[in-house]
Design a protein around this ligand. Structure first.
Ligand code: TYD
Ligand code: MG
Length: 483
């Protein structure tokens, strides 16, 4: 182990000099994380080792011997307007809440190859052109590799003579944390990208770059300099297969904003969401398309998805809400006889548990049984829908696929949440959803009661099925239909 570091349990705070698989304090496994010894506190314990010292401090505080500060009323606290730096990428600015805030830390997570480096390259290029001082720190790729990417980018294709100002960004290809901090201090950029936080190495910790201790140390030190010098920093981070930010879960509470870049690598659409945002809403999502010249904002997503919708059996258009913005997406389902003891349930673009719930409600209250069938549900285009309004679309798509008939009166859309007793529940912003559907020529939108605006209002799943599917087709597919 490196000198000047200790192992601290991330569960209970127990400290030990040596790494152990199991924490002697709380008996949790793999929770000891290497950390620098805080300079001011020396080697005294938090809860483990030097308990006597800690106790002494506590009693001093209890006696009122600690320093006193007069708290202020919130109404007396000045609220300076937050300055924002627009990145020139509208969808990103919207998700950030208006642009990058000086001195703030943004964590941008996403799986490899999704386009994090491309997005951050474009951001810095735009800001450099706007006259801001920028710095791109690449721990992952060499300067030459970053240049090759930057050469491919077309930042403002609409201009008569598009200049590639992505090449005007200063780059530092470095993995040593001290060198990076020194350069940041020397160059004093207004905006800095660290690509990625998992590749930087704090020499005083012996853990490998990317380990929890390293990532926490790297982010903590970068945050110090960002706050002190008012640098807006974008930390790029990888995510694991199950979608969590790898290692740096610990970073989520440290940074001001956590952005998640999602999508399927093979598909062109990419979605940017805010999971946490101290300077704006977490409801917003931005949609991009990966093209030859980099990421392009998709502003007319509904029009595209509606035009691409197949309207075949198993296809339903959902009027969804992406934050404060309505979005029409196609939900497709396939129901096929299963050879397996435990039939498959495969989803893409929505929560797997949500499908299980909808299938149970369909079976119990809609008389559409899928017990012996494999069920596949996909939100087309690689978009992810994370809102309760998706239930009805999934139910209608599965019922339509199971019966082998297309929805009646297409083109139409639907939305609504399913309750466990088979009722259709009201969901937020029905008027915006209906307006979006009308704008794209979809009529007779099946919606919960109280949605208004000319919707085809229904109170239960059974009524929705009746309104959506043609009568008399019920027993065509006896395999998957009970009643
Ligand atoms: P990249 O930004 O390197 O991903 P990440 O940093 O998240 O790992 O982008 C990776 C993919 O994007 C790569 O497979 C190539 C593709 N790409 C384009 O299709 N067009 C482009 O203009 C650029 C720069 C990349
Ligand atoms: Mg990258």
């Amino acid at each position: 182990m490196a000198r000047g570091t200790i192992q601290i349990c991330s569960e209970c705070g127990y400290q030990t000099a040596q790494w152990l698989g199991q924490c002697p304090g709380c008996e949790a496994w793999n929770t000891l994380v290497e950390e620098r010894i805080p300079a001011a506190r020396g080697t005294e314990g938090r809860r483990g080792g030097g308990a006597a010292d800690g106790r002494g401090r506590r009693s001093a505080a209890a006696n009122g011997a600690g320093p006193k500060v007069a708290p202020r009323l919130l109404s007396e606290v000045g609220s300076a307007p937050v300055e924002r730096m627009e990145t020139g990428i509208g969808e990103l600015d919207r998700v950030l809440g208006g642009g990058l805030v000086p001195g703030s830390l943004v964590l941008l997570g996403g799986s490899p190859g999704i386009g994090k480096s491309t997005l951050t390259n474009m951001v810095l290029g735009n800001l450099a052109e706007a006259g801001r001082r920028t710095l791109y720190v690449s721990g992952e790729e060499s300067a030459e590799q970053v240049r090759l990417r930057a050469e491919r980018l077309v930042l403002n294709p609409t201009r008569p003579t598009p200049t590639n100002h992505a090449l005007r960004v200063p780059i530092l290809a470095e993995t040593d944390l001290e060198t990076v901090l020194g350069t940041m201090a020397g160059e004093a950029p207004e905006v800095c990208v660290i690509d990625s936080v998992q590749t930087l190495n704090a020499a005083e910790l012996s853990g490998a770059p990317g380990s929890v201790g390293q990532v926490r140390e790297v982010a903590g030190r970068i945050m110090e300099i960002a706050k002190a010098r008012q640098i807006a920093v974008i930390l790029v981070g990888h995510v694991t297969k199950d979608g969590a930010l790898a290692g740096p879960r610990v970073l989520e509470h440290l940074v001001d904003c956590v952005l998640q870049f999602e999508g399927e690598r093979e598909r062109p659409y990419r979605e940017l969401r805010a999971l946490k945002n101290r300077f704006g809403s977490t409801n917003e999502a931005g949609l991009f398309e990966m093209r030859q010249g980099g990421l392009v904002e998709v502003l007319d997503a509904s029009a595209r998805f509606v035009a691409e919708a197949t309207r075949a059996p198993g296809s339903v258009v959902l009027a969804a809400m992406e934050g404060s913005r309505p979005l029409l997406v196609e939900v497709q389902a396939l129901v096929a006889p299963s050879e397996l003891e435990q039939p498959r349930r495969v989803v893409s673009g929505l929560d797997r548990n949500r499908l299980a719930l909808v299938l149970a409600i369909l079976g119990r209250h809609g008389r559409v049984g899928t017990g012996g069938a494999d069920v596949f549900v996909n939100v087309v285009g690689g978009v992810r829908v994370d809102e309760p309004g998706v239930d009805l679309a999934v139910a209608l798509a599965v019922a339509s696929a199971s019966r082998g008939v297309a929805l009646r009166g297409t083109p139409r859309a639907c939305f609504g949440e399913l309750g466990l007793t088979g009722e259709l529940r009201w969901v937020g912003h029905p008027e915006r959803r209906l307006a979006e559907a009308a704008k794209h020529g979809l009529q007779g939108v099946i919606a919960p009661a109280g949605s208004g605006g000319g919707a085809c209002e229904v109170g239960t799943l059974r009524e929705a099925l009746k309104a959506a599917l043609p009568a008399g087709e019920r027993d065509r597919r006896p395999l998957t239909v009970i009643g």
